[in-house]
Design a protein around this ligand. Structure first.
Ligand SMILES: C[S@@+](CC[C@H](N)C(=O)[O-])C[C@H]1O[C@@H](n2cnc3c(N)ncnc32)[C@H](O)[C@@H]1O
Length: 307
């Protein structure tokens, strides 16, 4: 009897919760510029997961509304459902804008600083062996590949080190910014005075408050769009180092494993894979073993990198 009563009240509470939720949703909708339901949000999550492997957490509802709202405004649409239908019909330009809107591009010069002496050591170890290729696979607005380039210039003590850096990202907007190499001066807050002097030009007049990366550094880097989720990548290895930092966190483990498996033949036998601070590849122990703080080498590597 008591069990029956409990089941009934649980059912009633569940129904009440759903009704309350719908009322709240409709109330919020009324004050909004665009109609955006929970079902629309779920569609967005599914689409960006399929496209870029990005798992958007359920609390990103507001972020999605504000970022994609700009697209709806530009296109003169008032319902997210119409926007999503447009995407599902395969509008290529809109797919690019959709993806660009939903990526998170946080980065910094010499972020996770402990990686750069390891890279410098790798470069020095390979001195005189011919051109050295590096790949920055989630380059964002360029601070990471430029930090790699500065490390190469310092390691070889010349602005023409035998180093080529391929810098890729799925987001075409950030790549455009990266190519320009122009940053607000406060982005250099943590960069040493010596590096500031050596690698950056200060803007004057209308450009004051901005800095520009020296052309010699820009010349070391080739920028190209690349989706790590794509079945095949238009990159040619082997790379002496692959930087894949702070992007795997957006992917689930099977997706991470697939990407790591594709890195293996692209990494030089003695090459290193650099990961972000909260990323670990224990689930791919058959492919990579740790050899330092968030640094990995292939399981078949000949050289044993120090930690
Ligand atoms: C948080 S930023 C990290 C930037 C830099 N690696 C760092 O650690 O400072 C993540 C970058 O990954 C890119 N990204 C997200 N999904 C991607 C994918 N499927 N393929 C390639 N890049 C992706 C984003 O556009 C973004 O620029």
């Amino acid at each position: 009897m008591i069990d029956g009563l409990q089941a009934c009240s649980a059912q009633a509470i569940g129904q009440l919760e759903r009704q309350t939720h719908e009322v709240i949703e409709r109330t919020i909708e009324k004050g909004r510029e665009f109609a955006f339901t929970s079902a629309d949000f779920e569609r967005v999550r599914k689409l960006i997961y399929g496209r870029a492997g990005i798992s958007l957490s359920p609390n990103k509802h507001e972020m999605v509304y504000s970022r994609l709202g700009r697209r709806l405004r530009t296109l003169g649409l008032s319902h997210f459902s119409d926007y999503l239908t447009l995407l599902e019909h395969g509008d290529a330009v809109e797919w690019e804008a959709f993806t660009n809107s939903l990526t998170t591009n946080l980065t910094a010069f010499f972020r996770e600083e402990h990686h750069f002496p390891v890279l410098a050591e790798l470069l020095q170890r390979n001195k005189g062996t011919g051109p050295i290729s590096l790949w920055c696979s989630a380059a964002s607005t360029g601070e990471e590949p430029y930090s790699m380039a500065m490390t190469a210039v310092e390691a070889f003590d010349t602005f023409k080190p035998p180093v080529k850096i391929l810098a890729t990202d799925i987001d075409t907007n950030v790549l455009m910014k990266a190519r320009q190499g122009v940053y607000s001066i406060d982005r250099l807050e943590k960069v040493s005075q010596e590096r500031k002097r050596r690698f950056f030009l200060r803007g004057k007049g209308a450009s004051s408050g901005q800095v520009r990366v020296r052309d010699e550094l820009r010349a070391l880097i080739e920028y190209r769009p690349l989706n790590l989720l794509d079945a095949s990548w238009s990159v040619r290895g082997p790379f002496h180092a692959i930087f894949c930092r702070n992007v795997m966190i957006y992917f689930d483990k099977p997706t991470q494993y697939d990407i790591l498996r594709k890195f293996v033949p692209l990494l030089h036998p003695d090459g290193l894979l650099f990961a972000g601070h909260s990323e670990s590849f224990h689930h791919a122990a058959d492919l990579f073993r740790p050899c330092g703080k968030t640094v990995y080498q292939g399981v078949a590597a000949r050289h044993t990198a120090g930690s």
